[in-house]
Ligand binder design. Structure first.
Ligand SMILES: [Zn+2]
Ligand SMILES: [Zn+2]
Length: 348
């Protein structure tokens, strides 16, 4: 006779949902699958109350010892193992591979452990783990990974920053170099302009020198004065002699020294090895190149013109100071005073 259907009121041990499971078993283990999450689980069916066996109505009965089915037992390397891992602190059940009886286990430690079938003595091994600890480890590893990533990013950013800085420095250096080059070119240009200016100035000065003389022509006549002085004569250049003559020195017991002037320009000044004059004197108060005397024919007559080249040491003609750059047309007997030396110009 078929037993009546009984209803098992189940709360899923995986997802917590309530559902009803039907059985005709009077007692023992039944296996049910949660209609919501499909998790397999086993329940103990309690026998109906005594005396009410036949007319026990189909109804709810109390669940007891909900057990997770851990997984399939397989034979591996000569022993029975379950490859699915168990969580610690839980009850599991599985089927003995030898006698097909239910084996119930309780996990309270992590790592490998064995369960022995009470019926046939078969030993089944499985691994248990602590999900909380694993989650903690996982989170820790995730945290470390993120830290490493952040550090890596930071290092890369630092490298990029250094690279940027290096490039910036390079650009600045290049700019500085270009500016330096520009400055150098400008300096060179300035120097060339300066040189050009100097050359133009020199040219101008030379042109000025050959410009017609500005004459000082109100030179007074004075009495002859043959004061002696120290003197040296350098031989004048070999040109055509004129009738002009410079005399100096002489006194009561000696006749004056004299030198004939040549045509063209004759420079008179202090004796100096580096700026020699045509006629020079040892006279510290005379300029190195003090005056020049130009002898040139004018209207068929030789004309003599004295021009003051330097008047730091004053040049006096017949006692009158002639400024630098000015000229005097020499007449016979004129006294030319250069420093301490007095020369007399004579026509002979
Ligand atoms: Zn479920
Ligand atoms: Zn067994």
């Amino acid at each position: 006779m078929e037993l009546p259907l009984r209803t098992l009121d189940v709360k899923c041990i995986e997802c917590g949902a309530h559902f009803e499971a039907m059985t005709r078993k009077r007692m023992g283990m039944i296996m049910v699958n949660c209609p919501h999450c499909k998790a397999s689980q086993q329940y103990m069916v309690k026998p109906p109350k005594k005396g009410g066996e036949d007319n026990e109505p189909v109804g709810k009965f109390v669940t007891q010892m909900p057990v997770r089915i851990l997984g399939e037992v397989v034979s591996k390397d000569g022993r029975y193992v379950i490859e699915k891992r168990a969580k610690i602190g839980m009850q599991y059940g599985f089927i003995c591979p030898k006698c097909n009886k239910q084996i119930a286990i309780k996990t309270d430690q992590v790592g490998e452990q064995g369960a022995t079938c009470k019926e046939c003595g078969a030993k089944v091994f499985f691994q248990a783990y602590d999900p909380v600890e694993e989650e903690r480890l996982r989170q820790e590893q995730e945290r470390l990974r993120q830290e490493r990533e952040a550090q890596q990013l930071k290092r890369e950013e630092e490298l990029r920053r250094q690279e940027r800085e290096a490039q910036q420095l390079k650009r600045e250096e290049e700019l500085r170099r270009q500016q330096e080059e520009l400055r150098r070119q400008q300096e060179e240009q300035r120097r060339q302009q300066e040189e050009q200016r100097r050359q133009q100035e020199e040219q101008r000065r030379q042109q000025e020198e050959v410009r017609p003389y500005k004459y000082v022509d109100d030179i007074p006549d004075v009495e002859p004065d043959d004061r002696p002085s120290q003197e040296t004569v350098v031989a004048p250049p070999r040109r055509r002699l004129t009738n002009g003559e410079l005399q100096w020195g002489g006194g009561l017991l000696s006749s004056p020294q004299k030198v004939r002037l040549y045509d063209g320009t004759t420079i008179v000044g202090r004796k100096d090895a580096y700026t020699p004059s045509d006629i020079s004197f040892i006279d510290p108060e005379m300029s190195r190149r003090s005056v020049q005397i130009d002898a040139e024919p004018r209207n068929g007559v030789m004309s003599f013109t004295l021009t003051v080249l330097k008047d730091l040491n004053p040049v006096l003609v017949n006692g009158r100071r002639v400024p630098q750059g000015m000229s005097v047309l020499l007449r016979s007997g004129m006294k030319i005073k250069l420093g301490q030396t007095t020369l007399t110009f004579k026509l002979v």
